[in-house]
Design a protein around this ligand. Structure first.
Ligand code: PLP
Length: 414
């Protein structure tokens, strides 16, 4: 009898998935588009485009306030998206989901609404060496404002966290640990459950930056036991301008309103304001309503395709890409941890990453060349820039082979 994974491999039909994404039919520079820049942003399936269209044609209204039919439709759709996000993350309840603009905003909200009220001189914030700037700069700003100290747990030459050193950096001074679930430069999957448990053992709270995880692997915040989890809609097949901050209800209750305004309040006089409980307290002003609703459609889409099957499909592609690229003379893979998801970074002797990016673009292949908003990580490997090919469920072996063919050509000329 074939194993479960064998059945899943056979059953995953990347061509059928591709047909769900209209933009993948684009011709770029005379050739069919090969999208290998999903870590920057993912493409959107037709169901997401249609959900946006449907909202604006049939449901558009502001939410929570209007005494009319469309206000009810829009409010129901928005709140249903909150439930969908809660289910997707395995949260304890829908009230643990705060809609924000994206991962960057989510991290900043925690730094401001929690950090500024709970940190002081002598306290420490612990991050790792493989963070996106969005998970460095808000903590630097917090430390500057409160007198706390930023500590950084090292990674090794393969891009794995050095767990013993991480553990040594934890102490009763550590108030919060913030780390990426998956590195956007190296693809490393961090041992998030273990890191969270160690942090909690020292009394620290934990924020996980899930921007590069949610589209690649199942995430269960209850099993992870993290205090906050952040992701961006546009990196999981949803629209830009919308994202999710999950927080344990007990933690959200300790967060002050980070912006004053409508939606957050229960009662206002000129003397004082009484706030609503979370999540409303943390969602000031008119939300990106349609985008939240369409994000719900994106999460439903991914769930219907099957995140476990997506993970296996991508693992197969990552292994194929790693094997093919490491055979190219002069090519060095950056990030070779055994636990990797969706991201392949590399440099090529004698050819600048920007030159490689342009050569690929000329053949319709979209990758990212640069520091990927993670300069300390890239510099850790002795570079200022790499080429990054990043995958999603719609990629195929042919996409990887097209990439490798161009790189081989460049290598043979350099
Ligand atoms: N964190 C990681 C690991 C990322 O890869 C990114 C974006 O690339 C972000 C945070 C920031 O996401 P956004 O720009 O959607 O807020």
């Amino acid at each position: 009898m074939p194993s479960d994974s064998a059945i899943a491999e056979v059953a995953f039909d990347a061509q059928a998935v591709r047909a769900d994404f209209p933009i993948l039919g684009e011709i770029v520079n005379g050739l069919p588009l090969v999208w290998l820049d999903s870590a920057a942003t993912t493409q959107k399936p037709a169901v997401v485009l249609e959900r946006l269209d449907h909202f604006y044609r049939h449901e558009n209204s502001n939410i929570h306030r209007g005494a009319h039919e469309l206000a009810s439709r829009a409010t129901d759709a928005y709140e249903q998206a909150r439930t969908t996000a809660a289910d997707f993350l395995g949260a304890g309840g829908r009230e643990e989901i705060v809609f924000v603009r994206g991962t960057t905003e989510a991290i900043n909200v925690v730094a401001h609404a929690w950090g500024r009220h709970h940190l002081g001189p002598g306290d420490e914030v612990l991050i790792t060496w493989l963070e996106h700037h969005a998970n460095i700069v808000p903590w630097q700003q917090l430390c500057q404002a409160t007198g706390a100290r930023l500590r950084v747990a090292p990674i090794d030459d393969s891009g794995q966290l050095v767990l013993e050193e991480y553990e040594q950096l934890l102490s009763e001074r550590t108030r919060i640990v913030a780390f990426a679930h998956v590195s956007n430069v190296l693809g490393t999957i961090l041992p998030a459950r273990e890191m969270t448990e160690l942090a909690h053992r020292h009394g620290a709270h934990v924020l996980i930056d899930g921007a590069q995880a949610v589209s690649h692997m199942p995430v269960d915040v209850t099993a992870l036991d993290c205090d906050w989890y952040a992701f961006s809609g546009h990196k999981v097949f949803g629209p830009t301008g919308i994202g999710v901050l999950y927080g344990k209800l007990g933690m959200l209750n300790t967060m002050a309103p980070w912006q004053g305004g409508g939606s957050t309040i229960r009662d206002v006089t000129f003397e004082r304001t009484l706030y609503k409980p979370p999540p409303s307290r943390l969602e000031p002003g008119t939300a990106s309503i349609a985008d939240a609703v369409a994000l719900g459609a994106a999460l439903d889409y991914l769930t219907a395709v099957g995140i476990d099957r997506v993970a296996r499909h991508e693992q197969e592609l990552v292994a194929h890409a790693g094997e093919a690229l490491s055979a190219v003379p002069g090519l060095k893979l950056i990030g070779t941890a055994p636990e990797k998801a969706g991201v392949i970074s590399f440099v090529l002797d004698g050819v600048a990453p920007s030159t490689i990016g342009r050569a690929l673009d000329a053949e319709g292949i979209a990758v990212r060349a640069g520091h990927h908003c993670a300069q300390p990580t890239v510099r850790r490997f002795g570079h200022e820039a790499t080429v990054r090919a990043s995958l999603a469920l719609y990629n195929t072996r042919q996409d990887i082979d097209a990439l490798v063919a161009v790189i081989e050509r460049l290598a043979s000329r350099s």
